[in-house]
Design a protein around this ligand. Structure first.
Ligand code: PLP
Length: 439
């Protein structure tokens, strides 16, 4: 079947996420037929380097034999069994593995609660934090969120989000939150990252001083506000958020959906600041990019507040039909084990450095307003020149065989973590040419 026929059938029957369908076909969407390593192949047989790792999820690449085999083997043993009143070995092993690589410090993450995707894990963490406050003796109905935050698209996650384009419509439906200014400096090149963080810390301090007793949790994307355009910020902010949460008896939730599982060069971005959150959320890269699975890691302290006689109703009444699906858990377990065996974190550090070298000359180009990076998570921001400049740059890169997606006018670079150095050069080379074409 031709690409045009596939697209006609798609347009007739499918509603895509975050997509304006009035321009869907004129934007020339790709019909991806297969994938291998870091490459996607479309129905016309063209190939594209997957520069966004299929929405920030791919670790070892598409079709990694060790992960494929783990899923197949699991399929031969157990496809699915409910996690209510039963358990299964692979989910237990995965929980142990996750806890063994959890950040360490002044508290211990000791329990794993599974969910299906990033948003549903955020939802679970929000309810957990609030219920924890109730069961610790004082109901705290407020959450502190950052401006520019993105934590997903379900209502709880939208409540703690701060991107107006996505979130403003739903305001009447949302939870009570307090917006703390973002510590990122993306639009104020004259301010240092440390100064911007210091200013944001003062604001957070003031919010907590006034409302701290009513705050269940401060929720942050550690080190990088991803969906807002890969906005990196100073580690001092995370340290202060940890300290302020503790001072006021609130929890700190680190949403590591985008930053976790090695993306920033550490297993968790929280580690850049040497802090341990009370709740850590992981999704995206957890299964290596194969299947949907997420988890909330909780401390002993949070978990303990949910214990009691059944009649006390301290139970966490939350969960989904496919919670801890064994196939997803098998993919995640294989992915985490492979990360250790192949020292993926070592590779990400080196690859990140290489991206730093390759992207540096782009920062000096006219029309490029900012280049930001942490590990293998980067953005090249371009000045708006006419409509949808970022999108047009990505279309120009696509013509050159590199698949990228913009966030506004920030071109996001989030390739598979195991990308080779040569592939990194191909990616940045195509982006460079695309920038020349458009700006
Ligand atoms: N939290 C963060 C930090 C994210 O970047 C995202 C998605 O990009 C989410 C949560 C939502 O995850 P999902 O799309 O899997 O629901």
């Amino acid at each position: 079947m031709s690409t045009a026929e596939w697209l006609a059938r798609d347009a007739a029957s499918v509603w895509h996420p975050f997509t304006q369908h009035s321009v869907w076909l004129s934007d020339e969407p790709t019909v991806v037929e297969r994938a291998e390593g870091a490459w996607l192949y479309d129905t016309d047989g063209r190939r594209y380097l997957d520069g966004v790792s299929s929405l920030w999820v791919t670790t070892f690449g598409h079709g990694e034999p060790a992960i494929n085999d783990a899923i197949r083997e699991q399929l031969g043993r157990l496809d699915h069994a409910t996690f209510l009143g039963s358990t299964h070995p692979v989910a237990i092993e995965l929980a142990e593995e996750l806890l063994s690589v959890a950040p360490r410090g002044d508290r211990r993450l000791s329990k794993v609660f599974y969910a299906g995707d990033g948003s549903s894990a955020v939802e679970a963490a929000i309810k957990m934090a609030y219920q924890h406050s109730v069961q610790s003796g004082r109901a705290r109905p407020l959450f502190v969120r950052l401006t520019e935050a993105y934590h997903g698209d379900t209502l709880g996650a939208v409540s703690v989000g701060g991107i107006d384009l996505f979130h403003a419509t739903y305001k009447p439906l949302l939870l009570k939150t307090l917006a703390a200014p973002s510590p990122a400096v993306y639009d104020r090149a004259s301010v240092s990252a440390a100064d911007a963080a210091a200013e944001a810390i003062r604001a957070l301090d003031a919010i907590m001083a006034e409302h701290g007793d009513d705050v269940s949790a401060i929720i942050v994307e550690p080190m990088v506000q991803a969906a807002a355009g890969i906005l990196t910020y100073d580690a001092s902010y995370l340290k202060a958020a940890r300290e302020l949460a503790d001072r006021h008896g609130a929890l700190l939730i680190c949403d590591e959906v985008a930053t976790g599982v090695g993306r920033t060069g550490r297993m968790w971005a929280s580690e850049h600041a040497g802090i341990v959150p009370d709740l850590l959320i992981t999704a995206k890269g957890l299964t290596g990019g194969y299947l949907p699975l997420s988890a909330v890691l909780a401390t002993d302290d949070v978990y303990a507040s949910f214990l009691g006689a059944p009649a006390e109703a301290r139970t966490f009444f939350h969960g989904h039909t496919y919670t801890a699906n064994p196939l997803c858990a098998a993919a995640a377990l294989a992915n985490l084990r492979l990360m250790r065996e192949r020292d993926l974190l070592g590779h990400v550090s080196a690859l990140g450095e290489r991206f730093g070298e390759l992207l540096a000359p782009l920062a000096a180009r006219p029309g490029v307003t900012n280049v930001r990076r942490l590990g293998v998570m980067a953005a090249v921001e371009v000045a708006a020149l006419g409509e949808r400049t970022g999108f047009r740059v990505c279309q120009a890169a696509k013509k050159r065989g590199v698949w990228l997606r913009p966030l506004g006018d920030a071109i996001v670079i989030m390739p598979p973590l195991a990308l080779s150095m040569d592939e990194a050069e191909i990616l940045v080379g195509a982006l460079d040419e695309a920038l020349s074409e458009v700006i």
